[in-house]
Structures are given as C-alpha cells and as structure tokens.
Design a protein around this ligand. Structure first.
Ligand code: GLY
Length: 306
C-alpha cells in the first residue's frame, strides 16, 4: 500500500496565496510518491516531500521561515518512523538549508533523539550538511513582517493581526505509508513570527507536532505550538485511533480537545495503518494535499467547513 498526505500550514491563508500553497503541496506530494513508487520506504518519501517544502519560500520552513525577535531564522524539525518508534529532531537550528535532513541523520547516525544549539550545528558540519549564510534564509516577505512586529514582544498578544485566526502559521509536514505498512512522519518549521531567541515549538517534540506508530497512525500538526504541545496533539490522535476511533474522528476529537482545554488553534493531518487519510483544523483554512492508496490525488486550501 502506498499513500501520502502533506500540509502547508493552518491559518487564514488569504486568496492571493492559495495558488502558491497548492503548487507547493502538489510538488511535495509528487516527489514523495515518486520515492515510494521507486521502492523507497516511507521515511524517504516524507523526507523528500518536506525538503521540497523547505525549498519553497511560500511556507514557514527553510527559506520561508518566520524571523525571531532579533531578526534571525531559527528552525525546528523532526522525523519519525512507526515500526520501532525511532525519531530524530533538531531545535532552534540556524543556517541550515534543510533541517529535516539533519533530523534524519540524528535518528540514523547518533545514539540520541534530539540535538539543539551548538551541538546540532557541530553535528550538521560533521555530516557535510548544506550550511548557508543567514541572509539566504531571510525572505523579503519575512523581513517586512519582522519590521512590523519588531516592537511587539509577545506575538500571541500582537495587535498587528486583527484576530487570532489572522496569525500566519505555515509549518509543513508529511505522513506516508509504504508497501511494508511502515508509517513515517516529517515536520519542519520556522516557528512563530517574532518568537524569543531559543524558543522551541511543538514540531520537534515527540508526540506534540509529530508522531508515527505503525500500530495506529502517523500525525503531523501545525498551528500555535505553545498550545499544541500542552495537549501532545500528535500522540493524542494516535491514541484515539488505538481506542478504535476512525482517523477522521480522532483528528476531530483532538482538535476539539485542543480548543476546549487550552484555547489552541491549529490543524493535524493523519494517515492510519489501514491507509485512511484524514485531517482536522479549527483555523479558517488549511493547505492540504494527499494521494490515497488508490492513487487518487487531491490538493487544496481547504475551508474550515469542508
Ligand atoms: N507549530 C509550529 C510552531 O509553533 O513552532
């Protein structure tokens, strides 16, 4: 069985950005599926899909990352496989073209699960990762946003956006299942605009923004990390599936729980062990693309009521 689902963030996503989101999700899906079709496992598929989205400055990942309070890009990424529950992650990493590739190497080439700070950079250098000057990861769009937000210490309270829903949240993620029934998940993000230096979100934290378990499902989340991590949303979806909820019910239940318990906003994509694809979000829109186990492809910026 082969199937893949990707997301490019859950927020208001204005109409003028829809085409770019659809194109970016579509390309990531095609590249990911191509890996599966050529005999690669689901880990390769999700890594490839996320690398493609880190290269696309539409999204809050890689070159499109939001800037922190001091105008720097600090990124988080995690990759996980559902057979042995192995994962690798990096947090607050700088000057790296593809954080998801470092996360995978942490998983495969070290005895650890997560690297941060100077140690993560040292490791990235030691494996010959592509290291780029800071300015190559600062997009003109994000520089402009940073200038607007510069005086606002707390993005969550920011008056620069009319409502909570207007806050951009463009984290990217992918979940895939391969012919062996192995489920893998990858998530990558530049975090939230104007975040404090050293702030880490949900994406690289196991069970929060990312989780994979062949016994249940793979889940990648997007949205306001400080809320998502409080309810460990990715693991929560998996455990609801273990309790015999469908992927759709589990996703909806977990987003409702996020909202009820901590007032959180965001979305999840889910691919369960039977190959069922699903998602749920409580923001106005979410960019989602998938290719199901029958090869049917669908990509769109979906409205909340869909
Ligand atoms: N969900 C991404 C973040 O809050 O960092």
């Amino acid at each position: 069985m082969q199937a893949i689902i990707v997301h490019g963030g859950a927020w208001d996503i204005p109409a003028e950005l829809h085409e770019d989101h659809v194109k970016g999700c579509s390309k990531a899906l095609d590249l990911g599926l191509d890996r599966l079709k050529h005999g690669h496992g689901s880990l390769d598929a999700v890594e490839t899909a996320v690398v493609s989205m880190e290269e696309d400055c539409t999204f809050d990942a890689g070159c499109g990352s939001f800037l922190n309070q001091v105008g720097e890009v600090e990124m988080d990424a995690m990759i996980m496989e559902g057979r042995g529950l192995h994962f690798g992650s990096v947090a607050a990493i700088r000057n790296i073209r593809h954080p998801i590739q470092i996360a995978r190497k942490v998983m495969q080439d070290t005895k650890h699960c997560m690297l941060v700070g100077d140690g993560a950079m040292h490791f990235a250098r030691s494996i010959g990762a592509e290291i780029v000057p800071s300015h190559e990861l600062v997009s003109p769009r994000e520089l402009q946003r940073w200038r607007v937000l510069q005086d606002q210490k707390d993005y969550n309270q920011s008056s620069a956006f009319e409502t909570i829903e207007k806050r951009p949240m463009g984290t990217v993620g992918a979940v895939a299942i391969d012919d062996f029934g192995d489920i893998s998940v990858a998530t990558s993000t530049g975090g939230t605009p104007n975040k404090m230096q050293g702030r880490v979100g949900d994406s690289p934290l196991v069970g929060c923004g990312t989780y994979a378990d062949n016994e249940t499902a793979g889940v990648s989340a997007t949205g306001f990390g400080e809320s998502l991590m409080k309810v460990c949303i990715a693991r929560n979806v998996c455990e609801e599936i273990r309790r015999d909820r469908s992927a759709q019910d589990a996703a909806r239940f977990s987003i409702e729980y996020l909202e009820r318990r901590v007032g959180g906003r965001g979305g999840v994509i889910v691919l369960d062990r039977r190959g069922e694809l699903s998602w749920a979000f409580n923001t106005p829109r979410m960019a989602i693309g998938h290719i199901d186990r029958f090869g049917k492809k669908s990509v769109g910026v979906r409205d909340r009521q869909e």
